[in-house]
Unconditional design. Structure first.
Length: 252
């Protein structure tokens, strides 16, 4: 348990009668980038959202099995969801900054958690923006509306907003899908920086991206985890024919 950020054991998820995730078991190591790949509709994002129980917001969802974080099965009803989502945060496909200043975007979470000291909030803003490589370019524009930033800057800001509440795991659901190739490479570089302090789990349709940034990769297909292994093995010597066909572009 000590070296793993998340441990999934025989996890099933249903949307009403639809069996979306089928008997999944895997372990995600701390301070790594883990990629989830597979065709559209195979359950990647559903699994990602299970890690901080965002699927609870969808009517009719029920689960079986267990997901352990910090030694606790987070699928149980008595889990503190506010704390869970603080520790296991999510970055979405499209940047979603609040229509507030850059400063207020970063301090929103800490303020909700009770932080009121201006000096502390200022340090959080600086530290969070430095971690995503925005401090030097934005330090004199902190009162600027976040919606005026470029798409890449907005996505970095959303990551900084998440880091401000001190997560342990950063979930990314196709974080580069709305970005151009150059911006995508910059976000990928950021992922590699983030894993020094955080655990990153990313859903991506971009095979090259998964190969470039991840340490381990899981292929999902029709709600099942077909194969989960070191990324190099998945892309060069997969154990399953379905994996080979997918990573070589024969389907998906």
């Amino acid at each position: 348990m000590a070296e793993h950020a998340l441990i999934v054991e025989h996890f099933n998820l249903y949307y009403g009668e639809f069996h979306a995730l089928k008997d999944l078991s895997l372990s995600i190591k701390k301070n790594t980038v883990t990629a989830l790949i597979g065709p559209s509709g195979c359950g990647k994002s559903t699994l990602l959202r299970s890690f901080n129980r965002m699927n609870d917001l969808i009517p009719g969802v029920k689960t079986e099995g267990a997901i352990f974080f910090e030694g606790v099965d987070i699928t149980k009803g008595d889990v503190n969801l506010v704390r869970l989502r603080q520790k296991v945060g999510m970055v979405f496909q499209r940047p979603n900054p609040f229509p507030l200043s850059i400063r207020d975007n970063i301090t929103f979470g800490p303020r909700v958690m009770g932080e009121k000291k201006r000096d502390t909030l200022d340090r959080i803003v600086e530290d969070s923006l430095k971690r995503v490589g925005l401090w030097e370019s934005l330090k004199d524009e902190l009162n600027k509306n976040a919606l005026t930033l470029s798409d890449e800057q907005q996505q970095r800001l959303c990551i900084a907003r998440l880091l401000a509440v001190k997560p342990e795991i950063v979930l990314m659901d196709e974080p580069c899908s709305a970005l151009d190739p150059i911006s995508t490479l910059r976000i990928e570089e950021l992922m590699l920086e983030l894993k020094r302090k955080y655990t990153v789990v990313v859903v991506t349709h971009n095979m090259q991206q998964a190969a470039r940034v991840s340490d381990e990769t899981g292929l999902m297909y029709l709600g099942e985890l077909i194969e989960f292994d070191r990324t190099k093995k998945i892309f060069t010597a997969p154990s399953e024919k379905i994996t080979e066909d997918y990573v070589t572009g024969k389907f998906g």
